[in-house]
Ligand binder design. Structure first.
Ligand code: GAL
Ligand code: MG
Length: 955
């Protein structure tokens, strides 16, 4: 087809200028629900579709042809077998050659018919999102062209249509000029990804308006275009014409906040149209280096949210969005950054209604400029487009489709110019534009933090932005920001706690800092959910679709799974974001509200436990004014657990929902099992030493110095030796795997060098080693035998060349009938030295299957930190371990988790795999975040002590 190549330049053709989002209705009754009203006709549903390899393949008369396939709209073509999926993060999916895109640019001919009645007035067609750009034809005539995937494109098609049947033909292109500005880290989808509908509007109508409020109750309505309208607010009606503004005043206004999302009704009436607006009265501003909402220095407890559904990709339903919002509320999230493009307009209405603070981000990311040549200096390359005025129009244009569209939503408290696009003239122009268009909200953009402060101090401190925004800073660097005297901006983390795989281990690190000063406005977890696609019940990610350019499982980095299961890491976030601080101070529980506007009315339940048994619980209603602290007297016990639950439904939350939970466990309250000594009978048989201690026979293999057999009354217990082990299946945050691999740590095995038998013990001097290296770890172990028990003491020291140890301890395997687990340690979920805010040290019962946390890419999981006692049993025999350790008992071995790339590739369970770690490395968030803090790493020399005992069950 010979078409104008609009897709290789900036701008749209014949699309109407952006306006505030609203759906008018023909009657007052539907004013607030225009989509149910009589002026709205949805065009979602089945469309016809034909794929062409290139727009050049499309015949000139394509509108006359009937496409051979069908596709639901909205949807992504990749998920309907029409193209391969591709996941890329930083780099561009096409050769970097702006404004050109590949000539083989898959082009989709979409077709649909619709009927119009006789009594129509003006007819508009609205597309809420088409990735990446499209030509629109109605009844065979070219109407226009639009690009920017997450913008609303509206066309007046009155003159192209007639009563009766009409036909839409569209050519949707995979790539366009916008591809250079939409390099967001995500699966790259194509198609009509959001709703399509018609609006029937009167000849003369209101086109655009802005609503602005202030804390004193002033509600300003600015008429920005179109016919004269009547505006009714709190029973007062005023007329307003284009260019004018009117104000209303609410005495003692009830302010909007995420804590109390109170909305007032405003109705616009104009030539038979009714438009309902829910108005939240609030202010959002930065003053003196602090961010204030309604005058209070609130904290944004945020997540980054993409539109994503593991089955339908970027095409999400309102129900999908509502599911996200409900889960976010359940997890105490109060803020969302719409990474990295505006969400669909109804999303914002839900956030208004249920109470979320939104950073609405423009559809802009030019990250791929940093990788446009294979040797480029990443940071030097970053400003390439941002500082080139050829791109200014496009970068500014992209702001309009965020600000003008969503400006009437109280939930939007901050505008974000985009993500990872570098810094320069175009960004400054974008900031200026946004500020001139909307003076009621501060502006955010993280890219300015990459200005080299040392080289360009003045520029760094004088950017036209309202926040100093970072992603993934070092903990100390972050904490030092409040003391930077030159810094005049409040600090925000637009991304932190990179939630990829097992992690993140840094909620506490960051929030201790954020809570300590009003200069920190809050932080947004990267990211809300995994982006693995689920096909036939299995999870897939980058590289699974045959792409030769991809970023593997970097899209599987959510705090929630892609199907929105609450993961152990999500509980950690919930804890960091609790609306109260609860602290145990002796026999006093202090509860302080972290809210700013609303009282907290909840039921407090305190559970008292000794030795794993509950001996009492007390409930009482509590009511806390904002920031109030109350004290509750407690009685003495080893373990105290305090839980706050709602006593009525509240927005998306239901009566009984737990909003906060804290526990306190006395140190040293665990009583070790009775230890009886007995005569130990040794037999030294060539390779093996047998030690019989009452009813149990332990065998030590002299080659390895390890216990290779434990025979109790019911026979052999171990399926494999109790082997020294330093390996853990690398988690995504284990960037040190380069040294682990270079040092071949997974192959280390123990060699005994000296063995000595004493009265009741065997002492081993040995090494952990593998070819071709010198020993990696030297150790001295002592096995002391008591009645049906062995006490193991190990002193170890890593060789100088060893940079880092994943863990140190033992692994073994047992028959899979060993399934029931009981422990006293940090639970009930997976816990690590740096990820246990939400864990309480207590006695828990679980099973091997339940202990496993299935990460899409298999990795170390299921550990329980700070364990002093664990027991595992098959119902007949029990093994108990005492000491101070981390452990896991899992259906798969450490090597199964190491060697498989997808959870669905893990083999059937054949055994129970037990690991006891004197030390287990923290999890951190190094996949994208800072290096693991030293205090959470495994010491390179140290001592471990455990006792392993065998007993009969039910005896
Ligand atoms: C950030 C980026 C996100 C995502 C993340 C890594 O740099 O803004 O979009 O790519 O890193 O998962
Ligand atoms: Mg990026």
């Amino acid at each position: 087809m010979k078409a104008e190549r609009y897709f290789e330049r900036t701008g749209s053709v014949n699309a109407l200028p952006p306006r505030a989002y609203f759906v008018p209705s023909g009657n007052e009754h539907d004013a607030f629900d225009g989509r149910s009203g009589d002026r709205f006709t949805s065009l979602n549903g089945t469309w016809k579709i034909e794929k062409y390899e290139s727009i050049l393949d499309v015949p000139d008369n394509f509108c006359e042809l009937k496409p051979s396939g069908e596709i639901p709209v909205p949807s992504c073509v990749q998920l309907h077998g029409m193209d391969k999926n591709q996941y890329v993060n930083v780099w561009y999916p096409i050769p970097y050659d702006p404004p050109f895109v590949p000539n083989e640019n898959p082009t989709y001919h979409y077709q649909k018919t619709f009927k119009l009645g006789k009594n129509r007035e003006r007819t508009y067609i609205v597309f809420e999102g088409v990735d990446s750009c499209f030509y629109l034809y109605i009844n065979g005539k070219f109407v226009g062209f639009s690009q920017i995937s997450h913008r609303i494109s509206e066309f007046d098609i009155t003159d192209f249509t007639a009563p009766g049947e009409n036909k839409i033909d569209m050519l949707v292109l995979k790539w366009g000029y916008g591809t250079y500005f939409e390099d967001q880290d995500k699966l790259r989808f194509t198609g009509i990804i959001r709703d399509v509908y018609l609006l029937n509007r009167p000849e003369e109508h209101i086109e655009n308006y802005a609503i602005e409020t202030s804390m004193d109750g002033t509600v300003k309505f600015r008429h920005l275009g179109g016919a004269k309208a009547e505006v009714t607010f709190l029973k007062q009606t005023k007329e307003v014409s284009e260019g004018e503004e009117i104000t209303f005043k609410v005495e003692e206004p009830r302010l909007w906040s995420a804590e109390d999302p109170y909305l007032y009704n405003l109705v616009i009436k104009c030539n038979g149209e009714y438009i309902g607006e829910k108005v939240g009265i609030r202010t959002s501003e930065v003053k003196g280096g602090v961010y204030y909402l309604n005058g209070k220095p609130i904290k944004l407890m945020g997540v980054n949210r993409h539109d994503f559904n593991p089955h339908t990709g970027a095409a999400v339903t309102l129900n999908d969005i509502l599911t996200d919002l409900r889960l976010m509320k359940e997890l105490n999230v109060n803020a969302i950054r719409t990474s990295h493009y505006p969400s669909c307009p109804e999303f914002y209405k839900l956030c208004d209604r249920y109470g979320f603070y939104v950073i609405s981000e423009s559809d802009l990311e030019c990250h791929g400029v940093t990788t446009r040549d294979p040797y480029i200096d990443y940071f030097k390359g970053f400003d390439h487009m941002a500082d080139d005025e050829r791109y200014e129009a496009e970068i500014v244009e992209r702001q309009k489709h965020n600000v003008i569209v969503n400006r009437n939503r109280p939930c939007v408290i901050i505008w974000s110019l985009g993500n990872e696009s570098g810094y320069g003239k175009c960004i400054e122009a974008a900031a200026e534009y946004v500020k001139s268009e909307d003076k009621t909200r501060p502006v955010h953009y993280e890219g300015a933090s990459h200005i080299d402060k040392a080289e360009n101090e003045e520029k760094y401190y004088s950017t036209p932005l309202d926040f100093r925004s970072f992603m993934y800073p070092g903990y100390e660097e972050f904490a030092a920001l409040k003391d930077d005297k030159k810094e005049k901006l409040p600090v925000i983390l637009c991304e932190y706690c990179h939630a990829m795989g097992n992690g993140p281990g840094d909620f506490k690190e960051y929030w201790d800092t954020i809570n300590a000063s009003d200069r920190y406005a809050g932080a947004f977890v990267w990211e809300w959910c995994d982006h693995s696609l689920i096909i036939d019940g299995k999870h897939y990610y980058g590289g699974d679709f045959g792409e030769n350019l991809h970023d593997g499982n970097f899209c599987v980095d959510g705090i929630m799974s892609s199907e929105r299961e609450i993961t152990p890491k999500a509980f950690e976030m919930k804890k960091a974001y609790e609306p109260v601080f609860m602290t145990f101070d002796g026999n006093v529980l202090k509860i302080r509200s972290r809210q700013y506007f609303q009282p907290i009315n909840a039921l407090l339940t305190v559970i008292y436990k000794n030795d794993g048994k509950e001996f009492g619980r007390k409930q009482q209603p509590v009511s806390l004014a904002p920031n109030e602290e109350i004290e509750v007297g407690l009685v003495g016990s080893h373990v105290k657990i305090a839980s706050l639950t709602l006593t009525e439904d509240k927005g998306l939350l239901t009566d009984g929902h737990e909003i906060a939970r804290s526990g306190h466990t006395d140190d040293g309250c665990f009583k070790k099992g009775e230890v009886a000594v007995c005569e130990v009978v040794f037999a030294d048989n060539g390779r093996f030493i047998e030690a019989t201690a009452e009813d149990t026979k332990f065998t030590i293999d002299k080659t390895s110095g390890e216990i290779c057999s434990i025979v109790g009354k019911c026979g052999e217990i171990l399926s494999s030796p109790l082997s020294f082990n330093v390996w853990r299946a690398p988690i995504d945050n284990d960037r040190n795997t380069t040294s682990w691999k270079a040092e071949r740590l997974r192959y280390l095995r123990s060699e005994a060098r000296e063995i000595e038998i004493t009265d009741s013990a065997v002492k081993v001097k040995g090494i952990l080693c593998c070819a071709p290296f010198a020993p990696a770890v030297g150790y001295e172990a002592e096995y002391s035998f008591k009645v049906d028990r062995v006490d193991i003491k190990v002193d170890y020291k890593a060789a100088e060349y060893v940079k880092d140890l994943p863990s140190i301890g033992f692994i073994t395997s047992l028959d899979k009938s060993f399934n029931d687990v009981k422990y006293y340690g940090f639970g009930p979920n997976e816990s690590y030295i740096d990820r246990r805010l939400s864990s309480i040290k207590d006695v828990y019962e679980t099973t091997v299957d339940k202990m496993e946390v299935k990460y899409v890419k298999p990795q170390e999981n299921g550990s329980r930190y700070g364990t002093e006692f664990m027991e595992i049993t098959d119902g007949k025999t029990a093994i108990t371990v005492e000491g101070n350790f981390s452990f896991s008992a899992l259906p798969h071995s450490v090597f199964d988790y190491t060697d498989n790339m997808h959870d669905h590739e893990l083999p059937e369970r054949t055994a129970t795999h037990l690991r006891i770690d004197f030390y287990m490395s923290g999890v951190g968030s190094h996949s994208c975040g800072p290096e693991l803090k030293k205090c959470y790493a495994v010491p390179l020399s140290g001592r471990g002590e455990i006792s392993v005992a065998v007993s009969e069950k039910n005896k």
